[in-house]
Design a protein around this ligand. Structure first.
Ligand code: PHE
Ligand code: ZN
Length: 877
């Protein structure tokens, strides 16, 4: 395991390597405890490098078996091999030579799930970011682009299926017991995109014909018996391939594209060239076991990994500081795909809720870092919401600033100029500047400066002159190691609503660049003057959430209700009602008095009943801010129990006021058709299920939820009913009965049991900790499977405000103990789990002290991984 050495990697220290590995020939002789890896590397000294410069290769926990150069063994005095590096000197005078390295590794004991490991008895690899060095010594850095030829030898009985990157070249039998396959990937790639899969797997197959008429063989490999569960993923893959051609002109390049689903995986999925490896949670689905959210995630992640083929693989990162180059851009692309496949406003609202729930707290807490970080101790800890989601928002802003046409021209130039290269954010931005002729120098600060900008807007209408005047101030609060902040270029899409609710014509504007419905802020303080406005308008600002900021405006309650009813921008209609709810909930949780404004309740009921809005949108309008949302808006001295009480009170107030209307809509949305996962059907279910939560609260009885639970013919309705039962009536007999029935029915399906864990882990209240502790001993739970850990412990820590933040600190203690136990075999997942502590300073004083103690207790454990040490140290600050 990599423990903390105190080493910090810095962007400004980037230096190209002295040598390049231009071709990599790998031979794997697979064995659970003693796999032999023979790597024949074509090494090239770079021009200008002294002939006596040593080759220094990365390793991680490796054992060297043998070493030769140009076929001759290397004498002991010419190399130094440690588990972590291999340094060879006295190299040939010629600029090119062949290095052969043999290492021996043990996949079955690899529980970190990086490098070559086994999952359910099948061999698979995970190499991003620095996992390839656990397989063989290598220049394990993304700027070393190499072609790969891979020969896999395995026992036929153990691994009838043998897969790697690129195109299949050859396969055959070695003897009665062993066989082999050879794969060749002609596209030079960094080692993090290498993959190998070998095992006894079932599969489904299809074909895709690309825009230029080439046929691609598609395969999805899953556990035997699960083949029918992969058909939705296959459909999503074909739609992704078509969409990328149509929207971005990106055509697939190999003759095969394979996906493998594995049940032990640290992340969501991985874009290895021509051989994506997926967490099975993001492949397998049928109506019986998957929710609508699962279907939507599968579609999005299949697309995301596929889109990496151009944004990540054909054009890759120069170094890991550039991670957002591939991730932010690819998230933007998968968001656009989902928006096109489903509903754009619904998708946008979901994105913003997610950004605020995950990225905002990161950007406003001890782990804040720029979209392109300048330093790291452990790169695994930078696969963050900031790099991914804020990275995507930054690309979206480029689109907003340039417009669709110039944005596409910039992308085209990027693909054309940098295909086959490992590049930087500067290279990326330069393409948009050159293609559009517009300067993005100031805008680029979004990549370099951490923190969520605050924008404060006050407005006045001068009736005598017809001027509508905005005073706008922006600032970025300090973040760790960055106390001085500069103003950003913030594009604010906007509209002015007239008294009839329609957008007014805007004449001349002074004080800022305003074009195509966008105000471009560039200074700390600006006055924007709209001339010739006939009557006092209501300002709709940051439409579509055009910039990822915290916006404070002097809108009145009436203004917000007006926007919620009339804004032509559906995103801002939702934002208006959401802001009203947040405001009401903060007031209620700090005062303890629950008399909610009937006008707010009335507006929510209207939105729920408004047939001109699609059901999924109405469901979002009715989804109250979560406890975590409210806590974040309160910001400091948070008492989670008061927040929960306020939220439950508002739910009850709305449910009671609208009991009859909600009951009618609930009945009307019932689907008499056979289940279909399409967006429209899913939207109806989401509206019905949010209404169920209100109706059960208003009824004061679990009856309706029990009925839905029993009648459900799909997992969406079943899990929603179970969740309402468990969260509103945790002790009730009906809940216990439903939980047991669910468990009995699905105990053999690990992914469904995850839902059972999640529902229980998120039951509000102090008692849930003991329940969760007890469930860690459940036969379906396992500390070595990341999905189980995330469902039970991760969800408890990040999704249960009153449970995790229990006043006595026992929730913190439990998380600390789990992190310590997990760190011994899976540092990456342990580190991620420990980020649940990141908002500890916003709690009230008593809880803060208990959280600090729990964090300190992790920090004191000897031989902590570099991953956990880095998070804990930064979180303690
Ligand atoms: N590159 C993967 C993605 O974004 C994520 C990942 C990172 C997977 C590291 C595994 C390990 O799609
Ligand atoms: Zn990605």
């Amino acid at each position: 395991m990599r423990t903390d050495s105190g080493q910090v990697f810095r962007l400004e220290d980037y230096k190209p390597s002295d040598y390049l590995i231009t071709h990599t020939d790998l031979l794997f002789r697979l064995d659970p405890t003693a796999t032999l890896v023979t790597a024949k590397l074509s090494v090239k000294r770079r021009d200008g490098v002294a002939a006596n410069a040593p080759v220094v290769l990365d390793g991680d926990g490796l054992v060297l078996e043998s070493l030769s150069i140009n076929g001759m063994p290397v004498s002991d005095d010419r190399y130094k091999a440690t588990p972590d590096s291999l340094e060879i000197s006295g190299l040939p005078q010629e600029a090119s030579f062949e290095l052969e390295i043999v290492t021996r590794i043990s996949p079955v004991t690899n529980k970190a799930l990086m490098g070559l490991y086994q999952s359910s008895g099948n061999y698979c690899t995970q190499c991003e970011a620095e996992g390839f060095r656990r397989i063989t010594y290598f220049l394990d850095r993304p700027d070393n682009l190499s072609t790969f030829t891979v020969r896999i030898e395995a026992k036929k009985s153990e691994a009838p299926v043998l897969l790697s990157n690129g195109n299949p070249v050859e396969q055959g039998s070695l003897d009665s017991e062993w066989h082999y396959a050879v794969w060749h990937d002609p596209f030079p790639k960094p080692s993090y995109l290498f993959a190998l899969v070998a095992g006894d797997l079932g599969s489904i197959h299809d074909t895709f014909t690309t825009s230029s008429g080439r046929e691609v063989a598609l395969g999805i490999y899953v556990e035997h018996g699960k083949e029918p569960l992969a058909t939705y993923a296959m459909d999503a893959l074909k739609r992704s391939m078509r969409w990328d051609e149509e929207r971005f002109g990106c055509e697939y390049d190999l003759s095969v594209f394979n996906i493998v689903a594995v049940s032990d995986f640290n992340m969501g999925a991985m874009e290895n060239k021509g051989l994506n490896v997926f967490n099975d949670k993001y492949v397998l689905a049928d109506p019986e076991t998957a929710t609508d959210a699962d279907y939507a995630n599968i579609e999005a992640i299949i697309a995301h990994e596929y889109f990496h083929n151009w944004t990540g693989n054909r054009i890759t990162c120069r170094d890991w500081f550039q991670l957002c180059l591939k991730e932010g851009l690819t998230v933007y692309r998968d968001h656009e795909f989902s928006a096109d496949q489903r509903s754009r406003p619904v998708k946008r609202i979901a994105e913003v809720r997610n950004l605020r729930a995950l990225q905002f707290p990161e950007d406003q807490g001890p782990l804040a870092h720029p979209v392109r970080p300048r330093r790291y101790k452990e790169i695994n800890n930078f696969y963050t919401s900031t790099v991914y989601e804020k990275g995507s928002e930054v690309v979206r802003m480029i689109h907003t600033i340039l417009g669709a046409e110039q944005f596409r021209a910039g992308m085209d130039l990027y693909f054309q100029r940098h295909d086959g290269q490992a590049v930087t954010i500067e290279d990326f931005i330069a393409c948009f500047q050159e293609a559009s002729g517009r300067a993005l120098t100031h805008f680029a600060l979004w990549y370099h400066q951490a923190g969520t900008p605050r924008v404060n807007v006050t407005s006045s209408y001068e009736a005598d002159t017809g001027d509508f005047v905005l005073n706008v101030e922006q600032s970025v609060p300090p973040t760790p190691a960055e106390s001085m902040k500069k103003p950003l270029h913030i594009p604010l899409a906007y509209g002015l609503l007239g008294p009839n609710g329609e957008d007014m014509e805007v004449g001349s504007v002074e004080g800022a660049t305003v074009a195509d419905g966008v105000i471009h802020l560039t200074e700390g303080s600006q006055t924007v003057r709209f001339r010739g406005i006939g009557s006092r308008p209501v300002l709709s600002l940051n439409r579509g959430f055009s910039s990822p900021i915290v916006l404070k405006q002097d809108l009145t309650k009436e203004d917000r209700l007006f926007l919620a009813r009339h804004d032509s921008d559906l995103y801002n209609r939702w934002e208006a009602i959401n802001a009203l709810c947040v405001e009401a909930l903060i007031a209620a949780s700090t005062s303890g008095s629950y008399d909610f404004d009937p006008a707010l309740v009335q507006c929510l009921v209207e939105m729920a009943s408004n047939e001109s809005l699609e059901p999924a949108y109405r469901a979002l309008a009715l989804s109250l801010p979560t406890e975590a949302d409210i806590a974040r808006e309160i910001g400091s001295n948070v008492n989670p129990d008061a927040v929960l009480a306020a939220r439950s009170a508002l739910r009850l107030a709305i449910g009671s006021a609208a009991r009859d209307a909600f009951g009618r809509i609930y009945d009307a949305q019932a689907d008499r058709q056979p289940f279909s996962p399409d967006a429209a059907s899913a939207g109806k279910r989401s509206l019905r299920n949010i209404l169920l939560d209100y109706l059960v609260a208003a009824d004061g009885s679990p009856e309706l939820a029990s009925r839905q639970f029993e009648a459900a013919d799909n997992m969406t309705d079943r899990a929603a009913a179970l969740s309402v039962l468990a969260h509103q009536y945790p002790q009730h007999e009906a809940t216990q009965k439903a939980l047991s029935a669910f468990e009995e029915r699905f105990c053999d399906n690990a992914l469904v049991m995850d839902k059972w864990f999640i529902i229980q882990a998120t039951i509000p209240g102090a008692a849930t900790l003991d329940l969760v502790r007890g469930l860690t001993a459940h036969p379906a739970f396992s500390l070595t499977n990341p999905n189980r850990v995330r469902s039970l412990v991760g969800t408890f820590a990040s999704g249960n405000q009153t449970g995790f933040h229990r006043a006595d600190g026992a929730g913190y203690r439990f998380l600390a103990d789990t992190v310590i136990a997990l760190d011994k075999h899976n540092p990456q997942v342990a580190a991620r789990l420990s980020t649940a502590f990141r908002s500890w300073r916003s709690m009230e004083a008593g809880r803060q002290e208990k959280a600090r103690k729990a964090l300190a207790s992790i920090n004191e454990v000897p031989n902590l991984s570099r991953d956990v040490k880095d998070i804990v140290e930064r979180t303690l600050g």
